[in-house]
Design a protein around this ligand. Structure first.
Ligand SMILES: [Ca+2]
Length: 209
């Protein structure tokens, strides 16, 4: 009965098998007297290796990371794990954007609901989304959490990192966003929405709706 599943697991890499086993044990999937729960849980366990993230190229060096290269796709969408369902707890997912020379990435968040209280730090036990022009933290961009209206974020460099992180309590739906790579000239001629302040090129800014 489970031949297909066993074949799937066999053809996976060892670390994926370990992830699946962890999930099976976690949610009691191995209990033979609860077949319905077991089936649902098994489906969940098998999709969890790609976190239900359907776009980008999965980066194998991280538990959850997806790469978007402008030389493959100049625009598209990306979302939090398991979107539009609730995102999993204690999960960190990276979204790496790689433009070509002179390119920048422009992100537009259509939906945003990440459990937490600004400034979305550990002190407030917040889940959050972080933006950075580097692998390290970039103080230029505030962390985002809570329920937000649509907003835009611009990179300063050809590389940009978006990181989603959830803690071990309380859940929400997450986010859904689109991205587009633009060369510097296109970016500079675009009207950047401001909040009445002095939002400059590359700064995270909210749209007035
Ligand atoms: Ca949480």
């Amino acid at each position: 009965m489970t031949g297909g599943i066993i074949e799937t697991v066999k053809s996976s890499r060892i670390d994926e098998i370990e992830k699946v086993e962890t999930f099976l044990l976690h949610c009691g999937c191995l209990h033979k007297h609860r077949p319905v729960l077991a089936a649902a849980c098994l489906r969940f366990a098998l999709t969890v290796s790609d976190f239900g993230i359907t776009t980008g190229r999965q980066e194998e060096k991280y538990p959850c990371a997806f790469v978007f290269n402008s030389n493959e796709t100049r625009n598209g969408t990306f979302a939090s794990p398991n979107y539009p369902g609730l995102y999993p707890r204690s999960t960190e997912c990276h979204y790496f954007f790689n433009g070509q020379l002179n390119e920048r990435v422009h992100l537009h968040f259509h939906f945003f609901d990440v459990e937490g209280v600004p400034p979305c730090e550990a002190l407030t036990a917040s889940d959050y989304v972080e933006f950075s022009n580097y692998m390290a933290r970039d103080r230029k961009y505030p962390r985002y959490c809570g329920q937000q209206k649509e907003f835009d974020v611009y990179s300063d460099r050809k590389f940009f990192r978006v990181t989603f992180k959830s803690n071990d309590r309380l859940d929400a739906t997450g986010f859904n966003a689109s991205y587009v790579f633009l060369d510097e000239e296109e970016n500079y001629t675009m009207k950047i929405p401001t909040t009445g302040g002095s939002a400059r090129h590359g700064e995270a800014s909210r749209e007035i709706s």
